[in-house]
Design a protein around this ligand. Structure first.
Ligand code: AMP
Length: 417
């Protein structure tokens, strides 16, 4: 038996998944986002340059595809879509900005699998490329918050926000943080000792209790911003408050990837366990240049982790307007001799968009009725020798158990009523 690859999962019931995708699409389109699709395989270099060579995603989690020729760029499976969307923006020539787009699909990261953490998972990614207005950050975050609360009825979640400043702010802050860590080397774990030199902001993501304890008294970037950034940060908080968006300032939220600047945020839920973020995003004003564009494109984006939000939606699904499947009518040819007639009747019903199934595997009438019941049939259309001879069918209502003999010619009208 060949099993699925560790950290992946099969979806055998896509109703909630599709509900989420459909609702997000409709919602984002009402905010003037257009749907795009970028490639799943990308040059490895794209992510090395954008996410940063010292990030966990690049050092440990990339799926690199075996190259067939030495001249070919090294190819990987995308671990996220923002860099791809920015690549598509640059590569496909000028688009009117702000370019508001969204996309969804599978992402791949070789992480240690656990609840809510997979090696193949799905994200809905939305981006506004080419907008530097802080009001845009507020508009974007509010849009997401309203979606979670009002459109998909989530209640137990929190919005965490931090402000990482401009690149100058971060360069200056890294020195301040370095000095702080140097003073406390005895209290920090081996990993943080390494992060201190390679990707210092990531120390805040450390899960070791002694490190976490220490970082509570560490300096915060939002307290070390330049005048412009400080004013922007204040403005964002004030505007969110005016729009009644509840949020918590999370001074140690840095998000793992190098391309973030200024606003970063996460939507988290305690119902998810250790992997508690179901949506994360922020500004990435320098990403365009990181991947080779001549000019920067101030931008903001976010990704919703589909598997994680589905875990939350499962709990509230009875409150959601998930469309039920159309009522199914099951044709039962009692013997092989009635199968051709069953095919002809099914053909007519399908032409009228009436959801129909035929039981063609043959069995006793009793077992076929049981099977139809399992399929959730509203009616069974039973065709035996007698019905074939008299051009009728026996229509059995599976809820009431009532049976009536009707002419085959009257069937469509009857089912449509
Ligand atoms: P990121 O691209 O790391 O900012 O992640 C955005 C969102 O994608 C997270 O908030 C998660 O909900 C989801 N996510 C990230 N990594 C995984 C994973 N390995 N498995 C499932 N969901 C993930």
């Amino acid at each position: 038996m060949i099993s699925r690859i560790k950290g992946t999962q099969d979806f055998l019931d896509l109703r909630l998944f599709n509900f989420l995708i459909d609702s997000t699409k409709k919602y984002l389109q009402s905010f003037n986002f257009i749907e795009i699709a970028t490639t799943i395989i990308e040059p490895l270099e794209l992510f090395k340059r954008s996410l940063g060579v010292e990030t966990d995603v690049i050092t440990k989690e990339m799926y690199v595809v075996q190259s067939t020729s030495e001249t070919e760029d090294r190819i990987c499976l995308r671990p996220e879509a923002t860099a791809s969307i920015m690549r598509a923006f640059i590569e496909n020539g000028a688009q009117t900005t702000p370019w508001k787009v969204f996309s969804w699909g599978p992402m791949f990261r070789h992480e240690r699998p656990q609840k809510g953490r997979y090696r193949q998972f799905h994200q809905i990614t939305m981006e506004i490329i080419g907008s530097q207005s802080t009001a845009q950050d507020v508009y974007f975050i509010t849009m997401l918050d309203r979606f979670f609360h009002e459109r998909v009825s989530l209640i137990n979640y929190a919005l965490l926000i931090n402000f990482l400043g401009c690149s100058e702010d971060r360069a200056a802050f890294k020195k301040i943080l370095h000095e702080f860590l140097e003073k406390h080397t005895a209290q920090i774990c081996e990993n943080c000792m390494r992060r201190k030199e390679t990707n210092i902001m990531r120390v805040f993501d450390c899960k070791v209790p002694t490190c976490q304890e220490l970082y509570r008294s560490a300096p915060h970037i939002a307290d070390n911003l330049c005048g412009t950034c400080s004013a922007e940060w204040e403005q964002i908080k004030t505007m969110l408050e005016q729009l009644s968006v509840t949020f918590s300032y999370a001074p140690s939220l840095v998000r793992g990837l190098d391309y973030y600047s200024k606003t970063v945020f996460e939507f988290v839920s305690t119902e998810l366990g250790a992997q508690n973020a179901f949506c994360g995003g922020g500004r990435y004003d320098q990403l365009a240049q990181l991947i080779g564009a001549r000019t920067d494109q101030p931008s903001i984006g976010a990704a919703i982790g589909i598997e994680r939000i589905l875990l939350l939606l499962e709990k509230v699904q009875n409150k959601l307007p998930i469309t039920t499947l159309p009522s199914l009518h099951v044709i039962i040819p009692v013997f092989k001799e009635q199968q051709m007639l069953a095919l002809l009747i099914a053909d007519e019903l399908h032409a009228q968009n009436i959801a129909t199934e035929i039981l063609l595997e043959g069995d006793s009438l009793k077992s076929m009725l049981r099977k139809a019941n399992k399929l959730g049939a509203q009616n069974c259309i039973i065709i035996g020798e007698e019905e074939q001879k008299t051009h009728t069918v026996k229509l059995k209502n599976m809820t009431t158990g009532q049976e009536e003999q009707i002419a085959q010619a009257a069937l469509i009208k009857k089912l449509k009523n």
